[in-house]
Design a protein around this ligand. Structure first.
Ligand code: GTB
Length: 217
């Protein structure tokens, strides 16, 4: 059965692949699972039909037969469990890959996300500079530890996994808006390695095509 995901009708990132449907597209491309996309306006995302799929009125969602999911991490995990290629067979290695998925979303993404929000919403506050410094210190703390653990390895724990897919996705958000990633050469190379994967490129092109079409229309 072909799953359907949701994405922005007109992504605020203007096709840079930073919205969270990108990680779902990438996972589906890695496992070679074709998918359909339902595009939503901001208004439609807050209407009952979409709220039934995601109580928070956000994208992405995932529908497959009678299964409906929200939360990009849960969706990537579901895809990784149902197909080969994104989680190792060995039970312990699989558990470690899942730990990296959580680390990406729970430990590394929060200060990166908060920094992006602060830059948009808190710029005029008197404490903005102090807050930005705090968030950037938090990011550096996480990246320092991540960089030390990755060392010269290609991926975080053996072969490419859903943990790498989410970690690279999270770091790409930072790369798009700051020079901080450049301070960690092995992480920059790690992110470039992810972006060079054919599945990433197919996913990126697909989301860019949506933005390009919306700009023409
Ligand atoms: N925890 C949820 C998940 O991982 O699925 C978070 C989902 C989420 O944040 N969705 C955002 C959304 O629907 C889009 S991805 N926002 C609309 C709303 O809340 O009303 C976040 C995002 C948005 C825009 C950019 N950008 O422009 O660069 C990047 C990321």
């Amino acid at each position: 059965m072909t799953p359907t995901i949701t994405a922005f009708e007109r992504s605020p990132d203007r096709g840079k692949g930073l919205a969270r449907d990108m990680r779902i597209r990438w996972a589906l491309e890695e496992v070679r699972q074709p998918y359909d996309v339902r595009l939503l306006s901001f208004k439609a995302m807050k209407e009952p039909a979409h709220l039934a799929l995601n109580p928070f009125g956000q994208i992405p969602t995932y529908e497959e037969g009678d299964l409906a999911l929200f939360e990009s991490g849960a969706i990537v995990f579901h895809i990784a469990e149902r197909h080969t290629g994104l989680l190792p067979d060995d039970a312990n290695a699989r558990a470690r890959a899942v730990a990296w998925m959580f680390a990406a979303l729970n430990t590394v993404e929060p200060p990166i996300f908060d920094r992006s929000l602060a830059k948009i919403l808190e710029r005029d506050e008197p404490w903005y500079e102090q807050r930005l410094r705090f968030l950037e210190d938090s990011i550096r703390k996480r990246l320092g530890a991540l960089s030390a653990r990755l060392g010269d390895a290609e991926w975080l724990d053996g072969g490419f996994s859903a943990g790498d897919l989410l970690m690279v996705s999270v770091l790409l958000r930072l790369k798009a808006s700051s020079e901080i990633l450049d301070e960690y050469p092995n992480l920059s190379v790690y992110v470039a390695r992810g972006e060079a994967r054919p599945a990433y490129k197919r996913a990126f092109d697909a989301q860019l095509a949506v933005f390009t079409a919306a700009s023409k229309g």
